[in-house]
Design a protein around this ligand. Sequence first.
Ligand code: NDP
Length: 349
Amino acid sequence: SRRVVLKEYVEGYPTEEHMELLPAADVDEAAAAEEGSVLVKNLYLSCDPYMRPKMSRPVGQSSYTSAFVPGAAITGYGVSQVVKSSRPGFAPGDLVRGITGWEDYSVIKPPFTGLLAKIQPDAGVPLSYYTGILGMPGLTAYAGFHHICSPKAGETVFVSAASGAVGQLVGQFARLAGCRVVGSAGSDEKVELLKKKFGFHDAFNYKSEGDDLAGALKRRFPEGIDVYFENVGGKMLEAALLNMRTHGRIAVCGLISQYNLTAGEKEGGTGVRNLECLVTKRVRMQGFIEPDHKHVYPEYEAWVVPHIREGRVVYVEDVAEGLEAAPGALIGLFHGRNVGKQVRASYWT
Ligand code: NDP
């Protein structure tokens, strides 16, 4: 049994040296037997961008989740199988999704057991999907698009980081809602996926556009953007602001281009340009987080599962095998190495 721990807090880009694969202590049988606890075998672990802010030394209230503890197993979303349960309603053999540890076995204790949800084994979808399309990123895309963007059929939608865990879904949901959707991504391979697999009406590789991102958007949105689903921030946000239509909406899902800036880079930054467009074009820009929308999950699951089964919504995953691959897979998110949703599978699945 093994676990991946954070060795020390990270400044700038994380590297494999910031994490360590260690033998895990024996399963804490006493903790597993405590009222409300559940011992699980971890089958799939999710690598998500929000884990990066949790690797920084905590300062004030910069993130909505608490920092990782150096020396302890990294925590994150996963799909697991119950081995032993002291929580009513959960029995050995049950498949569950929720917050678990980057280790072969985890004892999940309250309050985290409250976040565990049972998976119906006969749903007819791959188990790993519960870290992606049927997990946190899926609900993020659905609630973020439908509840924050207020889309209407016929409107134009732009999605950045469009081939990733969240973006590939926003694009498909926008198309199903009757919108015209364009995505940006960081390689020609990803752009092909956007157009051929996910049905984006158009897509471009932002790394090939030089400094003229505003021009790249202008060519694809001659009449402007009604909805921008923001995943990256920085220069893409500045370019999108210039191309927004009057009464457009920007849903701020994430700002991945900012997560690895050092304190010095943040201090020395000049801020986001073109914010005056919010005023002149009366644009609504709203941040949101998935935990506020958990109540929408049943509605979302009931809607999306038939869409998956019948092929109307597809999902591309990038699966890294084995716990030892987890640090590299997480780091890869910040260099665009993942093609689709980054998942880490156990060697025994
Ligand atoms: P992805 O699967 O999209 O992986 C991250 C991708 O971001 C990379 O593959 C890369 O794609 C792109 N990227 C990385 N660094 C940069 C950079 N400096 N500039 C531009 N693009 C970059 O991740 P997710 O779909 O899981 O997450 C997407 C966004 O949504 C993130 O900002 C994340 O924090 C946010 N999020 C927010 C949630 C919420 O509740 N608000 C919940 C879940 C996610 P490429 O090759 O295209 O550059």
